[in-house]
Write a protein that binds this ligand. Sequence first.
Ligand code: CS2
Length: 496
Amino acid sequence: MNNLLLLKQKNLSQLPAEIGRPSYDRGQLTAGIVHVGVGGFHRSHEAVYTNELMQESGTSEWAICGIGLRESDRRMAEVLRKQDYLYTLIEKHPDGEIENRVIGSLVDFVLGVDDRSAVIDRMAHPDTRIVSLTITEGGYNVDATTGKFDFSNPDAQHDLENPASPRLVFGFLTAALRKRRDNGLPAFTVQSCDNIQHNGDLTRKILLDFANRQDAELAKWIEDEVSFPNAMVDRITPVTTEADINYLANTFGFHDAWPVTCEPFCQWVIEDNFSNGRPEWEKVGAQFVSDVTPYETMKLRLLNAGHSVLGILGSIFGHETIDGCVKDELFASYLRTFMDVEATPTLDAVAGIDLDQYKDTLIERFGNPNIKDRLERICLESSSKLPVFLIPTINDNLERGGSIKFAALVVAAWCYYSDKGVDQHGKELEIVDELKTLLHNAAKETGRDKLSFLKLKQVFGGLAQNHRFAEVYIEMIDALYANPDVSVLMRKLLSD
Ligand code: CS2
């Protein structure tokens, strides 16, 4: 590694010609966007759209300052600082072609655990016009039973009592908006980029719950002044591996400690509702619409739910990656049938989108052999994903008398997975979930009460009380606990 060129601003001109790089003057940029949660997805999506826009139009006011609020963000902060906030996007096509380019839209990074007031100051800076978020489904601190801000979280109590040194993103947003109001500055837009239905509406509701409890007058100002556009975001971005780092070093002779790998497909559909201006992302492929609902429902219920179907069934079967599942004919046909028979009938028509084509494209995207999206990533935090991706489809089908069995098997398989923590061959499955213990404790009671897992209200709502669902679910539980080879059941459901 010693003789490798380090990825840095001053070395950009020495990179091999086939590596794309910013042609705009990074020294002239101001950070109009402050982004909380700089992980792979932000760096393959919003930061890339913004990079392309600066490249195309020469705009200089929308660079991004990254924010990390957790100790686990320290490594990203250090890597990016060393690399002048540059990183490489490795776009892998299904035919093996790879396009590499250095992204320059990030220009700074503030680590909240080191300096909380620096985060507030940055958000309250006159240059900041948008604060965007990828804090994952769990980061919204929603109490699943009430749908409101969860004040029982000790960090929330801390934030209420210590407005100047918060821990949760909502505490920071409130403090920064207070400062802007007091300084006579316009509010910023809060733009969620997470995979949540009506992500803007949810952010608004949760922020207002919190702000109201802390300072009702400020909450009123936020209500009047801040906009929260809903958006649908999409780009499959697997976890970066050593192999990605080595590929850049071995093929192009430079060292990037944290590149991002992704598929070529990229989509962003946004409601055009910004309180303090916005980048012209439409110039580089984003779509501005007045109502994002049909796009987000389509994506969550087909793509994300499709991932969860493969992720959970595939894990206990012993598959390792999404493309590995799709290559298995049984899994591919189960996925397509789930999408056609259970998910699609719950969707409204989407202007300009042919759903059959959308599903064909999805299966092609999932099958991209170079992406190697691991099932561990898909199954991460399932307890906050399934209530958004899969359970609404089940509820809609229960209401409309539609099919529920393909989804029910996924729920039963998730119970088995949470109970045993191994695949059908006994290989350990690592479970990473905020509710890991709760899930495990409920699942391991299945022998005593077959519905014990399903009774977890904060995940499944009232599903256990629905007789039709409970009956189908118990059938699946019985079959799976008798023979954990899930392919037998999958075959049976497909042929019934
Ligand atoms: C995945 C998503 O987390 C998941 O379970 O379904 O991360 C998915 O890859 C992205 O939403 C694609 O846009």
